[in-house]
Design a binder for this molecule. Sequence first.
Ligand code: DHE
Length: 655
Amino acid sequence: MNTKISTLGWGFIIGLFAFFSSSIFSQANEKANKGKVIFNSKGCAACHDFSADKVTGPSLKGVTQRVNEDFLKKWIKNPDEVKKTDKYAQKLDKKFPNSNMLNLGLSDEEISFVIEYLKFMDQSGPVKQTFVPLNKAQFEEAKQIYFNKCSGCHGAKRWGATGPSLLPTSHIVSAKEVPGGGTRDKGTEALKAIIWNGTPAGMPPWGKEGMLTEREVDLMARYVQMDPPPIPKLEMGEAKKFWNLIVKPSERPKEDESNGAYKNYFGVILRDIGKVAIIDGTTKKMLSVVDSGFATHILRSSHSGRYFYTIGRDGKVGLIDLWYKAPKLVATGRTCWDARSVDSSKAPGFEDKYAIVGCYTPNQYWILDGETLEPLSVRSVADSRDWATNNKLPEVRVASIVASENKPFWIINLKESGWVYLVYYDNPRKPREIRLKADNFLHDGGWVKLPDSNEKRYFLVAANAKNKMCIVDTKEEKMISCIDVGKIPHPGRGANIVDPQYGPVYVTGHIGDDRIDFIGVDPEKYPQYAWKVVRTIKVKSAGNLFVKTHPKSKHIWFDMPLSSKEEKGKFVNGQVGVIDITTGEVKTYIQVSPKRVVHFEYDKAGNEVWISGWLDNKIYIYDDKTLKLKQVIKGDWLKTPTGKFNVTNTSKDIY
Ligand code: DHE
């Protein structure tokens, strides 16, 4: 037999080999490509890349050579299970305390694609990311989008807070405290995927949900790889120019024209049009719509309930007088470029007298006259150093503020530095501060209300990126402790109930965890449970923002607006859950809307629960007893409702 192979024959064999190997290669490539899509879209890229370790997670460069494939499969499939026994996994957990490897619910096939991608990345050379910088006009546009949508979580200077740092290169201010950084290492494609799809840790799916277009996502992915712009000052002279007293107190109604109806009014934020609607909670009629600043954030009531204070994300503050038949804006001002909090003075002798505005930027707070909004004094908090390390910080924002009903002070919570200040306002032009150490990234919180007392003594605030709740004793003016809860606690103002087993508890949900935690809050009658998580209820999804109850109710309502979980191709963020206080279990889930719903408020009597259809421009009113839908409020004026504030519940801190 002639074993000689002709040149033509060799050519054929080589061709055949090339065909098979290229098709094997392209199959592998195809799998790796699918893996890349999963890696970017399911949130892996939020914590990992292929350059250096991040504070959020290890570099994955060389991972398929460091650990075997079997481990990788099990680890990606169910990290919590692996962590129970595997020493390597436990070591990883300790090394990266700012993040938990999450169970992303991937199928075996999806996991195999991700591993193919990891192998592919291991075989390729060092990753060099490049990006196309924005031109001036694009930069300005992106700067505005960043301010509108991103800076709250990631910081005006992009050093990170609730969300990771978005600086072009890694920066660590105080060891673990500022996670992430190094957007240039991540690269445009991974950043676009994260912005588009969101992450399981609570970043909303901005693109997928239609809140940013594809073009805007691309702009943002490139913007965060460029250096952040500087932030200008806003001082007394300028604030005085912004101040506008529309109706002097002496020219306002001498008597309540609503005949007491205002006590059941709701102030509803119409977020995207920068307005607030006042709705009569009894007749459900809209009474007026007033301007209130860009993406208005919250409302607070004065102690008497006569006035609503509004605060816009652009730092515009407003005063609405509810004694008018059609409630009216009577004063406005602007004291910050960026703000989230406002409150009124509530101590005896100071009712309705002063207001405070906390700024995100510049890092300061203002005391204003409560009936005119005239700026009285401003105090910088930029010098507040890290509570633990005493390091100077690039940014210190004023987060939540609450007013004491006993003593003339507000509690203000400094986000980045982790300090709580009790700001005495009895001398408002020279406020006195008592400073208490808590923990970093203080955000929202509320009062503890014990069933048999009207005294509000303890205040709980979330140190959200530290996964803690911190407890302030305002009587003793001291910090009790900061306790571990689930990932990224977000109580809103929280919920106070009496648990059948553990006595009085304060309830918080979590942005980054599918759990609702109950914290024991009665050190006198239930000392064994005080300041401990006594009950954890597993819920359908992470991404909770608000919980709510009422002293008359047997229910706690919780939403999931930041959930990126899908059921049958639909987000669950249109659902809310209801916990039965008597059993400590989830009683039911209610599909309120096909689209995202957020925030609850009870009416004055505690019979109805109002829920905002954020994206479908409706307010859904449920009967709290039967859990049945009672009424839907809609109208041309009702656009993107978010927070809702009942006058009685807000002025008296009932939650
Ligand atoms: Fe809020 C409360 C900050 C995003 C709706 N929010 C608060 C408080 C702070 C805060 C500090 C507590 C104020 C207080 O008690 O004095 N919120 C931030 C952010 O930094 C963040 C994470 C991002 C941002 O860019 O602003 C943010 N908040 C949101 C939203 O996306 C929400 C759902 C709708 C919106 O406004 O865009 C939203 N936040 C609210 C509401 C409250 C709130 C309704 C008041 C809850 C209450 O019942 O009192």
